[in-house]
Design a protein around this ligand. Structure first.
Ligand code: SAH
Length: 208
């Protein structure tokens, strides 16, 4: 599966995607992540990606033309590979991301993720370019880059082979409280059942 992330801050992704599970998934070629600098899709000398909002008000708005060009070029490459794509715009007004949405999105071959910034994105992107708008929660962030990282990881975890055996098990059984050594820290003890060695009882406790 491929993730194409369109952003004006490509460097943000450098560190996170080079660690841990996401790093391994890329090495195993289960996922591929490509970061696209929106400024590369501008035609003017100043590489302008934003402009003032119609109707007035503070701040700047991301322009539609560079986003259109970026998405068109990514889609053109995808169509040559017959990849099933989905274009997602991060927006505070979008559907709230949950495990159901992440699982559904994991069925596509390619996700094109558009990161907004400033006061947001020209609404015509939501209407005519994006297939859907997604929010990661009821709070306002400065940009779509953190949402893009959250979505990439949440979706990747549904791709077969991305998680190790233990993590997959956790995914199936749901989460439960965990402890590790020491058995007693200050006066705080690890639940007795976990040191009982009684596997059936432990399973029951975890289910509860
Ligand atoms: N004034 C806008 C906020 C813009 S925040 C509003 O009220 O909706 C700038 C960009 O950050 C947004 O365009 C979006 O791409 C991203 N963003 C901010 N918070 C987000 C969230 N909770 N979920 C997803 N994207 C978010």
């Amino acid at each position: 599966m491929k993730f194409d992330i369109v952003t004006i801050f490509p460097k943000i992704f450098d560190s996170y995607f080079k660690e841990s599970i996401i790093k391994r998934a890329q090495e195993k070629r289960l996922i591929k992540i490509e970061i696209h600098n929106l400024r590369d899709f501008t035609a003017d000398k100043h590489k302008k990606v934003d402009d003032k909002p119609y109707g007035g008000g503070p701040g700047m708005v991301l322009k539609i033309e560079p986003i259109y060009k970026a998405v068109s070029s990514i889609k053109y490459q995808a169509s040559r590979k017959k990849a099933k794509t989905r274009v997602i715009l991060f927006s505070t007004r979008g559907k709230k991301l949950d495990s159901k949405i992440a699982k559904r999105l994991s069925k596509y071959n390619q996700l094109i993720l558009i990161c907004g910034r400033y006061e947001g994105v020209d609404e015509r992107v939501a209407k005519h370019i994006a297939d859907e708008e997604i929010s990661i929660g009821d709070y306002v962030l400065s940009g779509g880059e953190l949402p893009a990282m959250v979505l990439t990881e949440a979706v990747s975890r549904y791709i077969p082979g991305v998680l190790g055996k233990y993590e997959s098990l956790e995914e199936i059984k749901g989460s439960f409280p965990t402890y590790t050594r020491p058995e007693v820290f200050k006066k705080w003890k690890v639940p007795k059942v976990l040191i009982s060695g009684h596997h059936k009882k432990i399973a029951k406790w975890r289910n509860k």
